[in-house]
Design a protein around this ligand. Structure first.
Ligand SMILES: O=C(O)CCC(=O)C(=O)O
Ligand SMILES: [Fe+2]
Length: 357
């Protein structure tokens, strides 16, 4: 769809020429405000947001924290446990598609053969696989390795258009962003951890404003640009993280400085070396927000501020640092659904992940 929200930004004819997948939507919206201001608020029943899918009359609800360990109630949502709930679909269709691929022993996880391997039509990678190998050769403790996990990218073709569309519609309602914003985002990333696995605190997005957004960029002659490419920067406005499994022991998602005020954030970064608060193998439970994975639930948060002048993607919010704590037993499965945001200058640039209807 085409949106020309502010008349003066385009003439009638330039609007007419814009491809259907080009989006011009400032990012400010109700849920974000609710999130930012919600820290101090008591959440009443009537504040809960019901999101009804017009076609299927399913609903998503924001729920209170009685089912989970959370210090901030309003950023948690639960998808109903009914038999055909969205995440049960993900559990069935997505996880089954990749489960065989991911069933490596902890040792296989760091053997060269598993790095960038193709299996069941999916590319599996150990992110920082080579680093992990180096670390192992140098006998550096697992706790010092920033990420120990496996991940793969799921696209529409892997799980089918029907499911993909339903999920995107749900996300649009959930995030209160236009469907077009959801559609131009990256594929879904499925991540699994075995015992000892973790991902130390990090930002999902970056502030490297010399580079264009990866979701809008083709590097060299590549069809689209890998999310980790050097030529571009991640522009992940929001993260929606689905829990595809419970965890028996450990494996929480931690936000070490989620509730920090500005000066506290500065302090945390000034003394980073001393404090090492981002090392979740050691400091998971010092975090200001710790979420215990529960299958069929999801959390979402904002990685960026909205630029106050333009209403488009602003700087990253360092309070959104987060990661996965050490899993001590069994397996943990999650999926990341990143929602891309564009800067004002690139607002008419299309996404490499979406060709339009
Ligand atoms: O495993 C988790 O709970 C967090 C994962 C994460 O932050 C990521 O994959 O970017
Ligand atoms: Fe992350």
């Amino acid at each position: 769809f085409v949106t020309c929200l502010e008349e003066e930004k385009c003439t009638d004819s330039s609007c007419g020429e814009i491809d259907e997948d080009v989006i011009d939507i400032p990012l400010e919206h109700e849920k974000r405000k609710y999130f930012r201001e919600g820290q101090e608020e008591v959440i009443n029943d009537e504040d809960f947001v019901d999101i009804i899918d017009e076609n299927e009359e399913e609903e998503l609800q924001f729920v209170k924290k009685d089912t989970i360990e959370l210090s901030t109630e309003d950023l948690y949502l639960r998808i109903p446990d009914n038999e055909r709930g969205e995440l049960n679909d993900i559990e069935g269709e997505v996880v089954n598609a990749v489960r065989d691929t991911f069933e490596f022993s902890p040792l296989a996880r760091v053997s060269p053969g598993t790095v960038g391997e193709e299996a069941n039509g999916l590319n599996v990678s150990n992110l920082f696989g080579d680093d992990v190998l180096d670390e192992f050769e140098n006998k550096i403790p697992l706790a010092e390795v920033s990420r120990v996990s496996q991940q793969t990218w799921l696209e529409e073709q892997h799980i089918g258009g029907k499911f993909w569309n339903r999920l995107q519609n749900k996300l649009a309602k959930l995030t209160e962003l236009p469907l077009g914003v959801i559609q131009r985002g990256e594929p879904i990333q499925v991540v699994s951890y075995t015992a000892g696995g973790h991902y130390h605190a990090h930002l999902d997005s970056v502030d490297d404003y010399d580079k264009p957004c990866c979701f809008q960029t083709r590097c060299g002659d590549k069809e689209n640009t890998p999310q980790w490419s050097e030529c571009c920067r991640l522009c992940r406005y929001m993260t929606v993280l689905y829990y595809l499994s419970d965890t028996e022991d450990g494996g929480e998602t931690a936000f070490p400085i989620a509730d920090a005020n500005d000066s506290f954030v500065e302090e945390k970064f000034e003394n980073l070396e001393d404090q090492d608060w981002y090392n979740l193998s050691y400091y998971c439970y010092n975090s200001s927000l710790v979420v215990k994975p529960k299958r069929g639930t999801a959390i979402m948060w904002y990685n960026h501020f909205v630029d106050e002048e333009t209403g488009y993607l602003g700087l990253t919010d360092r309070r959104s640092h987060h990661g996965g704590c050490d899993l001590r037993k069994g397996m943990k499965w999650i999926a990341n659904n990143w929602i891309s945001g564009t800067t004002v200058d690139d607002r008419f640039k299309s996404s490499v992940f979406y060709d339009g209807p």
